[in-house]
Structure formats: C-alpha cells, structure tokens
Design a protein around this ligand. Structure first.
Ligand code: ADE
Ligand code: ZN
Length: 319
C-alpha cells in the first residue's frame, strides 16, 4: 500500500452518517430532519445545500468528547488506508456555537490525535480555520483565540465556507496576524469561483497552499505563476465531481495541473458527503505509483508540521 498524507479534510465533514446518528443519540438529540436520505447518504443538492447539510451534521455534536471521538475515528479510518500524516481543518467556530470553551475543545482534539497516534502510529495536526461567510471580524476573532492558547499541534490557519462572499483582502488582517506568528496559511479558492479567486488569494494573503485551486486550470498565466511560486494545491477530485464542478474524473484538471508543473496533493475534503475516501482519491487518480509517492512527499513537504516531524515522516514514507 502506498503511504499517504492528507492536507485537506474538514473535521465535521469527516463524520459518517452512522457516527452522526450515534453522537446525536448519546447526546439525547434527534438527527435533524432531511439530513440523511433513505439510502443512508447525506441529503444535499448544490454547494450552498452542502454547506447547510454540513451545519446540520454539526448539531449532532455536543461535548468536547464528541470532537475527540470524531478526530480519533477519522484518523483510525485513514490510517487503515495507509495515511501516515493528516492535517485536519478544525474550526473554533463550531465549539463556540455549542458554548464549548476553546481550550476544552482543543484539549479534546489533542487527546483524540494522541489516542490515534498511540494505536495506529499516525501523526495528526490541526489547521484552525475560519468560515468565510461569517465575515472578516469573526475571522480575526478566530485568529486571536488561536493565538491566545497556543498548542504545538495547531500548526496552521485557513478558511473555508462560501467562496462567493467577501474578498481575500477582507481577511488579510487575520491572515497577517497568524502568518507573523509563524503559522502556515492556506485558503479555499478556485473551487466554486474561477481563477480570479486564486489570483486574489495569492496576491492578497500570505498563503503557501490553496484549498482546491483547480479552477486555475482555466488560466495559463495563473498556472505559470503557481508553478513559479511553488504554491501547493490541495486537490480534492471526488469533492469537485460530487459538487458538480466537473462531470467526471476524465474531465477533472488534475493531470493538466501536474503537466503544467503545479505542485499538487490529493485529499478527500468531506469524505462521506462526497462518497469518497483518501484511499479512493489515490486509487482513482489515474496516476502511477511513482507519481503517487511523489504526491505524498509533496504533501509532507507542504505541510505546516515542524521541520523535525517533516523529516521523520519523509524518512518513514521513503523515496
Ligand atoms: N467547508 C467544508 N467543505 C468545504 C468546501 N469543499 N468548500 C468550502 N468550504 C467547505
Ligand atoms: Zn474544503
């Protein structure tokens, strides 16, 4: 099995419908109406419908232990697929909405990561993300909360949410704060909005990675610029196809991005929502083993882990 590393997976987006039902039940809550189809899959139609379904899944979470169990169970599942390193997108907005203090949430995630590390040898880290459609003031509040309570497992800063809302420049104050304190930065761009969204992200934010960025394939000048800068794209083909950005894998620009010299990684984004896994993304990429091993090394190099951890992981996965 090829060793894998993942840079783009959302904590709550990793919750399978069965786990959502278990969490809701133990918290004495009802699974929200309309969340799950009769075939057991999550119910949503388009990008905004997906974001709404994601919010509904979050209502099954209630306690710090829930967050601990979610990250543990994701790391356990992905370790079985050959993953040695996962950087999880975790938004402090979620515990805030549930009145869980930041520190208790963070400690629960750390416990889950340590448990999975002990049992499966996998290394987990956290990228704290803000939610774009909640606006720049909330993003700044998230950045300040993270900086007020640092932990070595929190290695980066990012932003998900509705890409059509606000501009990257609006979030520059939050990003600058995090970048200046040494946190690696990434941002969702070029997913539902075209290349202009990626241009704005690389020009206005201190990012070394772009979440998705696949729409860059529509602009040859942008591809050249990404290749020149060495910006790494967190590509999530299954997610893009499930969201209707491309009709199928043959139409997906993954191979064109690689051909243009852009550094890419493979990721699952929100696996049960998009009927995919990290293992599927590697298996269905249409890329050979040598290229896939190179992609794993790219992910480790582009990760926000400390240099000693990166060196250890690179030794572990081999050439
Ligand atoms: N939040 C969770 N998944 C996301 C995605 N694919 N795009 C933007 N925000 C997200
Ligand atoms: Zn994402």
């Amino acid at each position: 099995m090829i060793a894998k590393a993942e840079l783009h997976c959302h904590l709550e987006g990793s919750i399978a419908p069965t786990l959502a039902a278990q969490l809701a039940q133990r918290n004495g809550l009802k699974v929200p109406d309309g969340l799950v189809r009769v075939d057991g899959s999550y119910e949503w139609r388009d990008f905004l419908g997906f974001l709404a379904a994601y919010d509904r899944v979050c209502t099954a979470l209630h306690t710090p232990q829930d967050f601990s169990d979610v990250i543990y169970s994701y790391l356990a599942s992905v370790a079985a697929q050959g993953a040695v390193y996962v950087e999880m997108f975790c938004s402090p907005e979620r515990p805030r909405m549930l009145n869980i203090p930041y520190h208790a949430w963070l400690q629960a995630l750390v416990d889950g990561i340590d448990r999975a590390g002990r049992e499966f040898g996998i290394t987990g880290r956290i990228v704290a993300i803000c939610i774009r459609h909640l606006g720049p003031e909330r993003a700044l509040a998230v950045a300040k909360a993270v900086l007020a309570d640092p932990h070595p497992y929190v290695v980066g800063f990012g932003m998900g949410g509705d890409e059509a809302k606000f501009t990257p420049a609006d979030f520059a104050p939050a990003y600058r704060l995090m970048h200046d304190k040494g946190y690696g930065c990434t941002v969702h761009a070029g997913e539902v909005v075209g290349p202009e969204s990626v241009w704005a992200a690389i020009n206005d934010l201190p990012v070394t990675r772009i979440g998705h960025g696949v729409r860059s394939a529509e602009d040859p000048k942008l591809l050249d610029e990404l290749a020149r800068r060495g910006t790494v794209l967190e590509v999530c083909p299954g997610s893009n196809i499930a969201l209707g950005i491309y009709p199928n894998r043959a139409a997906h620009p993954l191979h064109r991005l690689i051909g243009a010299g852009v550094r890419i990684t493979l990721n699952s984004d929100d696996p049960p929502f998009f009927h995919t896994t990290l293992g599927d993304e590697y298996d269905k990429s249409g890329l050979g083993d040598e290229v896939l091993r190179h992609i794993t090394r790219t992910a480790i190099e582009a990760s926000f882990a400390d240099p000693a951890t990166k060196a250890r992981l690179l030794r572990e996965v081999g050439p």
